[in-house]
Design a protein around this ligand. Structure first.
Ligand code: SF4
Length: 291
């Protein structure tokens, strides 16, 4: 849940989620629909799908136990180098560092270098004796991440109270290097076309879409704005929707029609039981004003 998401946003979701699924087994016995519903509003829904798939594989293939090697753990859905290292460090106390944005910043600042100019794996291997010379690697992994979040913060690091200030090159240097480059936002233009059933207050949606982050979720027709023929559609709104590092400029079109393409099916705008990503909810909110 914490990937790309702040702790304060995650906390209420985490509490609700772990109450509902207190064990790996209970999670694996659930279903994707239920899990997505609980994840609603948190975004990056692939995480929820992977978590569910992962719980199943752990129960069925590993008797509910986490594998102990990075190669094996990386075979699980959604687990890469970062999550794998974090798990092995936190769960099995292995000498590993989970290289998230916070940790990279701490290391880069100590060297007063740009992150892009550092080979972090090499750096950690080279300094492994110094880094892993305690018996509490799990705490060390956690502490490094927390240190980046609370002390060596992205903006306004707390150097005055920092225990590393005596050796930190960033603190000592008169020429402080900005460790990361600014996040670049990509602008994308999309046309969204909604078939609406006036009598039943319904919208036609399809899972057959390859709309990046919402691939295989129920969506109206979405096309990149190039030269779409919009003559038979009415423009409802033009708005922006930012997702991750994408700035979407959206033209929202609609038409009342009982005929829809075969891959589409009708959905109520008022269905509160089904999982609906906020991107789609935003469309629903605007459309509902038409009825
Ligand atoms: S002295 Fe400042 S820049 Fe250096 S590690 Fe501490 S908080 Fe970060």
């Amino acid at each position: 849940m914490l990937q790309q998401t702040q702790v304060k946003t995650v906390l209420p979701y985490f509490k609700k989620f772990t109450k509902k699924f207190p064990t790996l087994k209970s999670l694996s016995k659930s279903n994707e629909k239920q899990i997505l519903k609980m994840w609603e509003g948190l975004g990056y829904y692939r995480r929820a799908r992977n978590l569910y798939a992962c719980s199943n594989q752990l129960i069925n293939l590993y008797k509910g136990k986490l594998p102990k090697t990075l190669d094996e753990i990386k075979k699980l859905p959604g687990i890469g180098d970062y999550t794998g290292s974090a798990l092995l460090g936190l769960v099995y106390d292995q000498p590993r560092i989970a290289l998230d944005g916070n940790v990279k910043r701490v290391l880069a600042r100590n060297l007063n270098k740009k992150e892009a100019k550092i080979d972090f794996k090499k750096l950690i291997n080279f300094n492994s004796k110094m880094l892993f010379n305690n018996k509490r690697n799990a705490d060390f992994v956690e502490a490094l991440m927390e240190f980046g979040a609370l002390i060596c913060r992205p903006k306004d690091p707390k150097c005055v109270v920092c225990c590393l200030k005596k050796t930190c090159k960033y603190f000592k240097s008169s020429k402080k290097i900005r460790t990361t480059s600014k996040k670049m936002f990509k602008n994308k233009n999309y046309d969204i076309f909604c078939f609406l059933n006036k009598k039943k207050k319904q919208i036609a949606l399809t899972k057959k879409n390859d709309f990046g982050f919402l691939k295989n979720f129920n969506l109206p027709m979405i096309k990149e704005s190039k030269e779409n023929d919009t003559r038979s559609w009415k423009l409802l709104n033009n708005y922006n929707n930012s997702i991750s590092n994408l700035k979407l400029n959206i033209n929202l079109y609609y038409k009342f029609s009982n005929k829809i393409p075969s891959e589409y099916s009708w959905h109520s705008l008022e269905n509160k039981k089904e999982f609906i990503p906020s991107f789609t909810k935003n469309i629903f909110r605007q459309i509902s004003n038409l009825f």
